[in-house]
Design a protein around this ligand. Sequence first.
Ligand SMILES: *Cc1c(COP(=O)(O)O)cnc(C)c1O
Length: 242
Amino acid sequence: MATNPTTLQDRLTAIRQRIAAGAKRAGRNTDEIALIAVSKTHPAESIREAFALGVTHFGENRIQEWEGKRDAVADVPAQWHLVGHLQSNKAARAAKQFHSVDSVDGLALAQKLDRARCELPGDEKLRVLIEVHIAPEETKSGIAPSQLTGLAEGILKLDQLNLSGLMCIPPFLDAPENVRRYFARLRELRDQLEPKLGKKLPVLSMGMSHDFEVAIEEGATEVRVGSALFGARVPPAKAKSA
Ligand SMILES: *Cc1c(COP(=O)(O)O)cnc(C)c1O
């Protein structure tokens, strides 16, 4: 079997250097940028290994897959993020299993998360980000920019949710430079939204393996990196026979 010659540690070091380089170009402090390690399709052992190397935030995109591995990392004190599209019939499970839902795209969903969180012991709010549909022609998930203010105002009324910022999944374009305008757009939307709400929205979750440096230059405070850290994802059909 062909294996990637580099280790997780090597790849993490390379990512940290790229984060630092992007921050430097933008005159930003590296500490302002969190790495969300997107562990979907990778086993619990990979999460454990990354945590041992200092990664403290992990992102998963499917509830079901996460339920299959969360017991194996129950003792790992990391922050768990749901980064993928969430159907409202799974909202209650998500509210109980994650520290943050980074992909909220509707008020009904937010209300369900809020209600489920009420039933939990303790008073830690669920952090949420609104996913904005930044490139209508390309992607499906997220809320239209024209509906963003209304959704944000609705979420602010929900006691158990802590609205912290915005997230986007721009189109995949070979040249990261071509994605820049989408990242800039998300930042502009955030900057316009803050005074309307009278509330700071410090988080901009944007940038993935191949374009996160550009995202950092445009203000990302969280980059969601999967394949550059854990290696290429095996397509489901192959994963089964492996
Ligand atoms: C898979 C995924 C990522 C990571 O993608 P890579 O290109 O592997 O870095 C980031 N965000 C979301 C929402 C994802 O589903």
